[in-house]
Write a protein that binds this ligand. Structure first.
Ligand code: C5P
Length: 396
């Protein structure tokens, strides 16, 4: 579990304020201490009881409340991060000019924490020269601007100005605080599960969604790495900032990995790779009418990509394997992991348990990381994003 952060969420008066509730909820569930500073206008759109219940803290609005404890500066001084969601055109204009006529304005001025804003307004207001200027002033001052997206606005119209989605805002805001300790490192990550064709419409595959590998790719990129992601049948979307090469089968994955590994400082093989493939692929759909009661498919072994990487590794290149096992006994699971890391020749092995409802395609994960000697160097449980960061900490 990462350190809980003190996050001030400024909520200002726009229709998108209802989505601020989802942002606050997500930050609280991730373990952070969230303090909401709402403008008067914000409270015309979303109720204080909702914001207090969801943030689990008192919601501050009034500049003249809590004067004895100098609240107008104390909130900003204590903050690790200030996130303003939504940020209206009016608030953006006030921030750009350092205006402090309400508690939120004071809080921002009194803080040294990074400021992140998620603008939301109609297209005309977003494109207005005044807003464009104010945004460039804020960016020049180091404020991170998330979105706005283009899409449906409050009414029937659509265009640029729609607030980014809550999960995107949360991820981008937390990314601001990530250490940039992988700057310039070239990291190759595989994710997803390979599929081996039986015929033009069928395949042998596995239930890996690619979530853990994609979380690793995003976290590494946010920590400054130059990331290449090779995705095998990903079921999750990937941020546009990450270069993805899509593959389907193990042989395609092997070609892509061996080519990209030549440039990589680190290779993380998070993909679930099929150990076997059908010896031959039927040219047309296999028909039960011609097969009868039984159908036998001959499988041949796929190359072991990770072991192949170990054989041709560059000097100083770090190789990380994954081992997804259904073994329930903790000692036996560790023994499997230890045998595997020796067999594969990787520097680290991320060991996790998978099953009908564990590991694959879920949002959480629980892993043990072994080093080349088979010793446990790290154990982590939590969201796939937090597990990704812990794995990267080991590599750093
Ligand atoms: O042998 P096993 O499939 O359990 O090993 C898992 C690790 O090896 C993962 O990192 C996976 O990406 C990699 N692997 C591979 N080539 C294979 C099978 C697995 O690189 N043919």
């Amino acid at each position: 579990m990462p350190e809980p952060l003190n996050i001030v969420v400024g909520v200002t008066g726009g229709i998108a304020a209802y989505k601020a509730v989802a942002v606050i909820r997500s930050l609280v569930l991730a373990g952070h201490d969230v303090h909401v500073v709402a403008t008067d206008a914000a409270l015309r759109f979303v109720g204080k009881p909702t914001l207090e219940a969801i943030s689990r803290n008192t919601v501050n609005t009034d500049l003249y409340e809590g004067v004895a404890e100098v609240r107008h500066v104390a909130i900003g001084q204590a903050a690790d991060l200030i996130l303003i969601v939504p940020a209206t055109a009016n608030t953006i204009a006030k921030l750009a000019n350092g205006i402090a006529d309400d508690l939120l304005g004071n809080t921002v001025l009194a803080s040294k924490a990074p400021v992140v804003i998620a603008p939301a307004m109609h297209t005309e207001m977003w494109q207005n020269a005044a807003t464009a200027h104010n945004i460039s002033v804020l960016e020049g001052r180091g404020v991170t601007v998330i979105g706005p997206a283009s899409g449906q606005l409050t009414g029937a119209d659509s265009g640029q100005g729609r607030m980014s989605e809550p999960e995107e805002i949360v991820a981008a805001a937390l990314a601001v605080l990530r250490p940039k300790d992988l700057t310039g490192r070239r990291i190759l990550i595989t994710a997803g599960g390979t599929r081996e064709a039986l015929d033009p419409v069928r395949f042998i595959g596995n239930r890996s969604s690619g979530k853990q590998g994609v979380a690793l790719a995003c976290a590494a990129a946010e920590r400054g790495a130059i990331v290449t992601l090779i995705g095998a049948n990903l079921e999750v979307s990937v941020s546009a900032t990450i270069r993805v090469e899509h593959v389907v089968s193990t042989l395609e994955l092997a070609d892509a990995v061996f080519a990209a590994a030549e440039e990589a400082d680190v290779v993380i093989m998070a993909a679930a790779v099929s150990d076997y493939r059908p010896e031959s692929v039927a040219e047309s759909k296999i028909k039960k009418e011609t097969q009868g009661e039984r159908l036998t498919i001959e499988l041949v072994k796929n190359p072991d990509i990770l072991a192949g990487l170990a054989d041709r590794r560059r000097d100083g290149q770090i190789l990380v394997g994954f081992a997804a096992e259904t073994e329930r006994d903790a000692d036996a699971l560790l023994a499997l992991g230890r045998a595997k890391i020796v067999r594969k020749g990787s520097d680290f092995l991320v060991l996790n348990r998978v099953g009908w409802s564990e590991g694959f395609a879920t949002d959480g994960n629980s892993v043990i990381v072994l080093d080349g000697a088979g010793d446990i160097v790290m154990e982590a449980s939590g969201s796939k994003t937090s597990v990704a960061d812990r794995i990267l900490d080991v590599l750093v």
